[in-house]
Design a protein around this ligand. Sequence first.
Ligand code: PAF
Length: 283
Amino acid sequence: MWAFHRLSTLKDFLNRQRAEGRSIGFVPTMGALHEGHLSLIRRSKDAQEVAICSIFVNPTQFNDPTDLLKYPRTEAEDLYLLHQTGCAAAFLPSEPEVYPAGQGVGPDFRFGVLDKTMEGEFRPGHFKGVAQVVHRLLQMVEPDSIYMGQKDFQQVAIVREMIKQANLPVRLVMCPTAREENGLAMSSRNVRLSGAQRSRAALIYEMLQDVRARAHGDNLPALEVEALQRLRGEPGFRPEYFSVVDGKTLQPVRSLADSDYVVVCVACWVGDVRLIDNLIIKE
Ligand code: PAF
């Protein structure tokens, strides 16, 4: 597997691949790779000839500076895992490579209500940073398809909208959330949970499944309240939101009849680790 730090050498590699008629699949990450990321690489490899994975801890998407400092950095292990998974090239750009001096941070996208709710409400500015960096990475890699995980459902909605607004010729593929054996969604942040927290955090997925199983008619707001109460009652848990929303607009849905595409989303602190998850309950 190749590892590139400079855009110029990545470009040489990509140009050679394209000249030989190979299609490019791209998985953007911030490193600390786990099975969830690797499943995206595999999915990319199934559909495209060349899989590229970027590792860049993007400072502009961290609204909390401590979160940025605490973000796990495991470059050597990441490169080993990518190599094992058959990724063709890793791209590890420096900050000035991503945000060259004097060039700003890219277009100022407007997302309307999409970035005001849920993550947008609790992490102001986060999606502006995500859209900027993914836009920049897509300009650098110019892939045929980009692969992103459903765990970050709202992030996928934002990137889809950014691609539309920027009119980028790339296909966005949302892939299923990889889960630990107990159902906990895989996340780079899980390594910061203690063993006990990790097993108790499975409650988050249980609550999502419970809502999916019991959703009928217009009982959705009542189920949200019940789930929030259940999570709040668990020692060390602090839920921020538990919301049933329309999968396209991300606006609240009161009844299953209100939309063809319904998703239940949650963010919950377990100790000092913030976890998010979601489940599609109608599609
Ligand atoms: O999901 C992530 O890891 C990041 O938000 C992403 C998409 C790599 C942008 O920095």
